[in-house]
Design a protein around this ligand. Structure first.
Ligand code: ARG
Length: 464
């Protein structure tokens, strides 16, 4: 049989692929990382082929041992990847035929690269989702432990990055524990929807071989086979979902990263970041730059970019598979890798940071953070309508400002110049500790609440 194109699919071709096109068309440069999943899928597929008597037991044994050898070759970097063979699927299949001969040519019975690649990506992503989820949990643990230590450490709570009301450092950190908890839920949802097996959908229409898709689904730990062969080979919504969740995680981490940058700056000096997560400047010897935090602040650019990339690739794609879909891999791989390294670095930073309580207190006092407490006191104790109370409190703040004092250090005489019937108990109201300890409403910042919240967070997020 004369062939002018010796590719696996070259039977109906009379001339060879242009070299430029060969490079453009191939994905092996990046999809080789799917080799473990590709082999896992192929083994399950061939076991099913043998069970269904589509191939013999002997052929199955040959295929499985060949595939295991290939797995070893690749993990030992002894495998010769070929651009000409386009992708990981054909590289492995070709090598299998080289090793075991005729039986290797039967592996691709009743499947196509279209259902194969969708399966490989799902298997790969499922592992990454599990790992990311675990790492998020570990970051939560670190945040919760810090919150427990600093459950009553006072710091300014901000709105508009202006001092608003005093809060505790523990309460502030627990806010991130909540965000990450929702992210973990979202990952779980995504995993659930992803967990249907595409293999056996073949090219697009299913197959006439008597295959058993439920058997393969079970072997590969999928909850069930996909319901529609055309959908199965042509959608990557599960990847878009993963990248959306990753974008949210990136948003949350970037907020904390930005706070670490602010807190560790000379002007704030609320926390000291460990030297393991900061760098020096090549020119300014005094510097300790929060590089890890800045990188986490920047990574959403990349993660959102990947999401937009894949959404754009998929929009308007007619059914079913199009080569366009080969473009899914790099953004998926990059997102999983990037988000995971952000989580790990964030955990390292949080674990090793040390708060500087004096600096937090200094900033607190400068910000008149108990002004709301004073206004509330005027309303409840002196029966002054809130609008008037707000105005009077503003005048007290102005007085403190003029005297370059904080609210706590004003004397009762000074306050009486503005609020004549003020009583001595008002001085207590102006104290930062008392402001915080009164914030006992559900979800509030009072240290007793924070301790309670820590306990609950351990149960909600760290069990099993
Ligand atoms: N490398 C391809 C991809 O990543 C595999 C599927 C190719 N299928 C095809 N009909 N050309 O999408």
């Amino acid at each position: 049989m004369k062939k002018s194109n010796n590719k696996i699919w070259g039977g109906r071709f009379s001339s060879s692929t242009d070299q430029l096109m060969e490079e453009f068309n191939s994905s092996i440069q990046f999809d080789k990382i799917l080799y473990i999943e590709d082999i896992e899928g192929s083994i399950a597929h061939s076991e099913m082929l043998s069970k269904q008597k589509i191939i013999s037991k002997n052929e199955l044994e040959l295929i499985v041992s060949g595939l295991k050898q290939i797995e070893l070759e690749i993990s030992n970097s002894e495998f010769n990847f070929s651009l000409e063979l386009e992708d990981i699927h054909m590289n492995i299949e070709n090598r299998l035929i080289e090793i075991i001969g005729e039986a290797g040519k039967k592996l691709h019975t009743a499947r196509s690269r279209n259902d194969q690649v969708a399966t490989d990506i799902k298997l790969w992503l499922r592992k990454r989702i599990d790992q990311i989820e675990l790492n998020l949990k570990s970051l939560q643990r670190t945040l919760i432990e810090k919150s427990e230590i600093y459950y009553d450490l006072l710091m300014p709570g901000y709105t508009h990055l202006q001092v608003g009301q005093p809060v505790t450092f523990g309460h502030h950190l627990l806010a991130y524990v909540e965000m990450l908890g929702r992210d973990r839920d979202r990952l779980g949802d995504c995993r659930k929807r992803l967990n249907e097996l595409p293999l056996g959908s073949a090219a697009l229409a299913g197959t006439s071989y008597p295959i058993d898709r439920h058997f393969v689904a079970q072997k590969l730990n999928f909850s069930k086979p996909t319901e529609n062969s055309m959908d199965a080979v042509s959608d990557r919504d599960f990847a878009i979902e993963f990248m959306s969740v990753s974008s949210l995680i990136a948003i949350h981490l970037s907020r904390l990263a930005e706070e670490l940058v602010i807190w560790s700056s000379d002007s704030f000096n609320f926390v000291k970041l460990s030297e393991s997560y900061t760098t020096g400047s090549s020119i300014m010897p005094q510097k300790r730059n929060p590089d890890a935090a800045e990188l986490i602040r920047a990574k959403p650019g990349r993660i959102f970019g990947n999401l937009l990339n894949l959404m754009t690739v998929l929009k308007g794609l007619p059914m079913t598979y199009g080569k366009d879909m080969q473009e899914d891999k790099q953004p998926i791989f990059d997102t999983a890798k990037t988000i995971d390294s952000c989580i790990l670095n964030m955990e390292g930073m949080v674990k090793s940071l040390e708060p500087i309580p004096d600096k937090m207190m200094e900033a607190l006092q400068k910000g008149f953070p108990t002004a709301t407490d004073l206004a509330d006191y005027l309303v409840t104790e002196l029966k002054i309508p809130f609008r008037d109370a707000h105005h009077l409190t503003g005048q007290v703040v102005m007085l403190a400002e003029k005297k370059e004092s904080n609210l706590e250090n004003l004397t009762i005489e000074e306050i009486k110049t503005i609020i004549p019937n003020a009583e001595i108990t008002i001085l207590d109201i102006l104290k930062i500790e008392s402001s915080v300890s009164k914030r006992t409403s559900y979800g509030g910042t009072a240290p007793v609440n924070v301790l309670q919240a820590v306990k609950k967070a351990k149960e909600r997020f760290l069990k099993d």
